[in-house]
Design a protein around this ligand. Structure first.
Ligand code: DP6
Length: 369
């Protein structure tokens, strides 16, 4: 049996609209702000981002571009509305409750400041933020991509930004990037490219959609090989690689060629070409991580066993390719008809917890409440 994730309903059956606290409901709409809710899906990089351009840390400028696939079902659902003081509730956990993450809340409020100051010079009004991450429990999949994309979109609508003009999706992508680099890609569904850009103010460092969700019916298998949080977060890890890995300059220098090869393979729907460059980008990134001082080893024994199982299956005619991020899980790209047999093989690898099979996902959406 292949375990699935039945607790994650698909978009049409989203259960509840999070409500803004009733004490503020009389001010749900104002000339300053109104309540808005956004949904953004997570994404997995096919060509990886690892490392930042030096200087301007608040701009969070990646040293390399990246290319991603947005996934169905795995998403963040975030509402921003007026309040008497800033508050943040994540997955029903509010300030003062066990498990509340003060530093995550501080990052959320800091990001609201960025979105607000994109269009206003006055001080930001207080906000209530209510967010749900529909990601498999304890899967170790990063929520920052979908989380900051949904927060950016909800806040932009809430703060009356001009979403069809100056603050279109591209501009919002550049804003989302300041929360987390991978979030810049989650504004769109399907296949997305985030350009490195050249400008110091980051205005040209924004993602754009390459191909929509329907361009190519692929599957991404997420093979969970561990539970719990990763020991070194991406932001710290990439700084350490830039500072100490002798392979970091080579990683940066060769990334643009991988991006272009990946984009070409997507245009041609050439799975062998896409898989080859995707694996190359992944293993180059992990080589750079391993050569960091002290080493960044995100994998465990099951990670390697799962990778080898995919390669063995490929030799036997089940065409599939692996990638892996700053964590122990393995992601496998294949055609839909291969997904079932491959997931069954991977679920049987000792140490594998679950295998989720995901299709390409949709654009981020926003509604006024
Ligand atoms: C390995 O986007 O989480 O998943 O910008 O510091 O928030 P920050 O980093 P983040 O890094 C993602 C790194 C990666 C590769 C990728 O998604 O491109």
């Amino acid at each position: 049996m292949i375990p699935s994730i039945p607790s994650i309903p698909s978009i049409p059956s989203i259960p509840s609209i999070p409500s803004i606290p009733s004490s503020t409901s009389s001010t749900l709409t104002s000339p300053i702000m109104r309540a808005a809710r956004a949904i953004a899906h997570t994404n997995i990089a096919l060509i990886k981002y690892w490392g930042k351009r030096p200087g301007a840390p608040d701009q969070n400028l990646p040293a390399v571009g990246s290319l991603s696939l947005t996934l169905e079902r795995l998403r963040s659902d975030t509402t921003v509305g007026p309040a008497e003081r800033d508050s943040f509730i994540l997955d029903d956990i509010a300030e003062g409750m066990p498990g509340f993450d003060t530093s995550a809340a501080a990052k959320v409020f800091r990001h609201l400041d960025r979105v607000w100051s994109a269009a206003h010079t006055t001080p930001r009004p207080a906000c209530a933020v209510i967010s749900y991450n529909h990601l498999p429990t304890a899967a170790g999949l990063a929520s920052s991509a979908s989380g900051f994309a949904a927060l950016t979109l909800a806040a932009a609508a809430s703060f009356h930004l001009d979403l069809t003009g100056r603050h279109d999706r591209g501009a919002l992508s550049a804003l989302a990037r300041r929360g987390s680099g991978s979030a810049a890609r989650s504004l769109w569904g399907g296949f997305v490219r985030l350009d490195r850009g050249e400008r110091a103010d980051g205005a040209d460092c924004r993602a754009h959609p390459l191909f929509s969700q329907d361009h190519w019916d692929l599957r991404l298998l997420v093979v969970h090989t561990a539970k719990g949080k990763k020991p070194v977060g991406s932001t710290d890890g990439m700084q350490r690689s830039a500072d100490t890995s002798p392979y970091y300059p080579a990683w940066v220098a060769t990334s643009e060629a991988d991006l272009n090869a990946g984009e070409r393979a997507l245009a041609d729907r050439d799975l062998a070409a896409l898989g080859a460059v995707m694996e190359h980008s992944c293993f180059k990134m992990h080589s750079c991580m391993l050569a960091t001082v002290p080493p960044l080893l995100y994998w465990n024994g099951t990670t390697l066993a799962a990778i080898q199982e995919v390669w063995e299956a490929r030799r036997q005619g089940l065409e599939a390719y692996v990638t892996s991020d700053a964590g122990p899980h393995v992601k496998v790209l294949c055609r839909p008809e291969v997904a079932g047999p491959l997931a069954a093989r991977l679920a049987a690898v000792p140490g594998v917890h679950t295998v989720d099979t995901l299709a390409p996902g949709p654009d981020a959406t926003v509604e006024l409440l």
